[in-house]
Each structure stands twice: as C-alpha cells, then as structure tokens.
Design a protein around this ligand. Sequence first.
Ligand code: SF4
Length: 274
Amino acid sequence: MQIELAKKLGFCFGVKRAIKVAEENRDFDTFGPLIHNQQEIDRLKLNFNVGLKKNLSEFKTGDKLIIRTHGIEKKDLEILNERNIKYIDATCPFVTKPQEIVREMSNFGYDIVIFGDINHPEIRGVMSYASGHVSVVLDISELKTMRFSNKIALVSQTTRNIDDFTKIAKYLISEYKEVRVFNTICNATFENQIALDELSKRADIMLIIGGRESSNTKQLVKICESNCQKCHHIEIADEIKNEWFANCNLCGISAGASTPDWIIDEVVKRISQI
Ligand code: SF4
C-alpha cells in the first residue's frame, strides 16, 4: 500500500506564528487553548512553561498572557488593559481582518451578517466589533427568517467552505439592494481543502489528523467523506487500527491547520509499520 500526503496539509501561517510567539515567551499563559491540539499544548507546557488558563478571571495584575489565533472579544481586551495585564497578541492577521471590516462597516451603518458558528471563539470576537445590528448564520434557512436593512456587509468565519459562503452571498444579493461581500476565508484553509479534495478522490482510505474541536479539521472531514468511503478522523497515531487498511492500495493523509508536523510523522510511521 502506498502512502501519500496531501500537497498542502497541517500547520498554517497563523498557527506557526502563534507557536513561535509561545516558544519565545516562556512562563506566559494562554487565554483558552492556543490551538486545537492537546498534544502541542502539552509540549509547550513541558518545554516552555507556557500554561493554559480558561477564564479571564484567573489572570491577575502582573500576569502575562498570550492572545491566541482566534482573537478575543473587544470587552475582554478592555478588561486586560484595565487590570494592567501584560499581553502579547498572537491573533492571526486573517482574523484581525474581519474584526476590522465589521467595526468599519458597522460604523458606516451596515447590518453585519457573519457566516459562521456563533459558539466559536473567533466569531464571538469578530461579532464583538459590531456597533450596530449583527447576525451570525450557518445556512440560508436561518437567513430566510430574518430581515435586514437595505445595507448589508457579509463576512465569513476564516475556516468556512467557499461554496457555502457563495450561496449565502447569492441569497442576500437576490433579496437586498446593497450587499458588500468580503471574502474573509483564509487561503490556508482553502489550500488544504483543495489538496485534500484532489487526493481523497483517488485514495482507498483517508486519514485526517487534527483535534476533535478543530473547526477546519471538521471541514476537511466533511469534504473527505463526500469523496472517499473510508475516511477516519484521528488525533494521534495510537488511534489507528490495522483492520482499516484491508484491501487498500492508496492511503491518503491530510491534517488540520493546527496539527504539528511531528504528529503527522508519527502517523506516517505507524502506517508504514502496518
Ligand atoms: S487557519 Fe487561517 S485564519 Fe486560522 S490561524 Fe491559520 S492562517 Fe490564521
């Protein structure tokens, strides 16, 4: 059986940048997990004493905090400044962009529509920059129950599928007079998706490596399942089962944007042994 890695997989620009920030700032704590990958979080704690605090209330004056790639809500940033907590901002520039668009368009009087998951921290952060009306939707059926003013600005969660975003944009354009569409889907996600799409159409079995909570990994799994009958989402090599590979000639591998290379290497090694 051959093993083939997707042409683009794993760590994206934003995550590489955040990991570098953490490695260069020993003894800081991240507010929420830096990335959706427990194994990498454990490595940062072990080697760089970069810890994890889940609530802002756990940070006291004088503490040192790293803001993760997803960014934080505007009110939380204000709290950090009020409490004099030292922070380093590792928000991915691709997340800062929709934050700025929402702030600006909202100030111009546009209703904001965000295509994404309202429970995702990135979206909580982005929507917090709206000064007026803001709605978060995942599909057109939700939009149909809402009414907006005739000026709408549309942005997307960075990890969403471009085709789904286009459908939302088309619907709004057909219903409202002025719709400003900002494609804020990040290239890293897009490139990983295209590479996976190509490989998963040829592979007999696909392994997608990434955190169970990782939104972009879940997107990869969704694409994979529509192309390949044997698609397995794993976090680490230990989850692999020998029987998965019976009668398979080509095993394809892809990984979410928060999966480190060392975990991908372990998976390849394990399959090679099988
Ligand atoms: S997936 Fe894109 S938006 Fe998210 S951290 Fe990576 S580069 Fe930034």
